[in-house]
Design a protein around this ligand. Structure first.
Ligand code: NAP
Length: 294
């Protein structure tokens, strides 16, 4: 079976290009959207993501500010920084790169971000609005997955989507979004996780399989239905002594194993990753538009 490659880099580029007229209109009225990214500690992957977000802002001419704090930063100090960013009129979007060091209560920090600047959409209020189908912002990774599916012409209405993983940032929200009434939704969604029985029996019934487990090359050919659409969310570092960095990134799906069986597949890298950044930029533009009452 020949498959269609769902190219996240290309779709992300289209999303970003579509922001340009909105950015021009904002600038005409004297507003340049600004994103503040806070990172605590020295997790190398977190710093890579922060740099990627900064570069994406730069490419669009948006203001970006990164606040890199040491891993010993007291919780109160971090909350104080969030308060200051909430008050700063040049900052329209705030995100705090997760995970945070264990002495900091992640929930407390997310709860402190002003609702209208919560471009990650992790605040419980924004999670609730997404769940009832009236979102202020949509979380970037699930929004990227949904956009990839819709723009690739994948029919969702009445189809069986299986989401592998139930995290608050990927599994739960994408399941909630695809089950909403209306365009981009109307799917019948099953969520599977580490306690699921007969995982292979469930995944192999999926018309659309979304893998967000965080285990390199977890999804094999025998877990996929003939003709299914597969979206690989996984971004896993695996040792690769042959490369300069000493590691490479691989997805949760064994691409080479499943590619002969699927009708379409979004690989990792090159799929959901670039979409996440593009959707974050879109949320920041939206936050700036809301700030000036558009
Ligand atoms: P997470 O919080 O670790 O959640 C992983 C989920 O997978 C959990 O629900 C877990 O089940 C489930 N799981 C683990 N082992 C399993 C097994 N053997 N069988 C079935 N389910 C299993 O991870 P996450 O934050 O959702 O991220 C998932 C992957 O996506 C990671 O590789 C991450 O790097 C990547 N990611 C990529 C982007 C992007 O922008 N491209 C953004 C976010 C995440 P339990 O709940 O039972 O533990």
């Amino acid at each position: 079976m020949s498959y269609h490659l769902i190219d996240g880099r290309k779709v992300a580029e289209e999303v970003t290009t579509a922001l340009e007229p909105r950015l021009a209109a904002l600038r005409e009225s004297g507003t340049n959207p600004g994103l503040a990214v806070v990172v605590v500690g020295d997790d190398p992957a977190s710093h890579v993501y922060v740099r990627m977000k900064g570069r994406a802002c730069e490419r669009l001419g948006m203001a970006s500010r990164s606040h890199a704090l040491p891993s010993t930063t007291p919780e109160e100090e971090l909350l104080g920084l969030i308060d200051a960013l909430n008050e700063d009129p040049e900052v329209h979007g705030i995100l705090c790169q997760l995970p945070l060091p264990s002495h900091i209560d992640e929930r407390k920090v997310i709860d402190r971000i002003a609702l209208e600047k919560d471009v990650d959409a992790f605040h419980p209020y924004n999670v609730g609005r997404m769940l009832i189908g009236d979102p202020l912002f949509l979380p970037a990774t699930p929004a990227g997955i949904q956009h990839l599916l819709v723009t690739s012409g994948v029919e969702l209405k009445g189809r069986h989507v299986v989401v592998l993983g139930r995290s608050n940032i990927v599994g739960k929200p994408i399941a909630a979004m695809l089950m909403q009434k209306g365009p981009g939704g109307d799917a019948t969604v099953t969520v599977a996780h580490s306690r699921t029985r007969d995982l292979q029996g469930i995944t192999s019934q999926a018309d659309v399989l979304i893998a967000a487990v965080g285990i390199p090359l977890f999804v094999k050919r025998d877990m996929v239905k003939e003709g299914a659409v597969v979206i690989d969310v996984g971004t896993n570092r695996v040792d690769d002594p042959g490369t300069e960095k000493g590691y490479k990134l691989v997805g949760d799906v064994d691409f080479d194993d499943v590619k002969g069986k699927v009708s379409a597949i979004s690989p990792s890298p090159g799929g959901v990753g670039p979409m996440t950044i593009a959707m974050l930029m879109a949320n920041t533009v939206l936050a700036a538009e809301m700030a000036i009452g558009r």
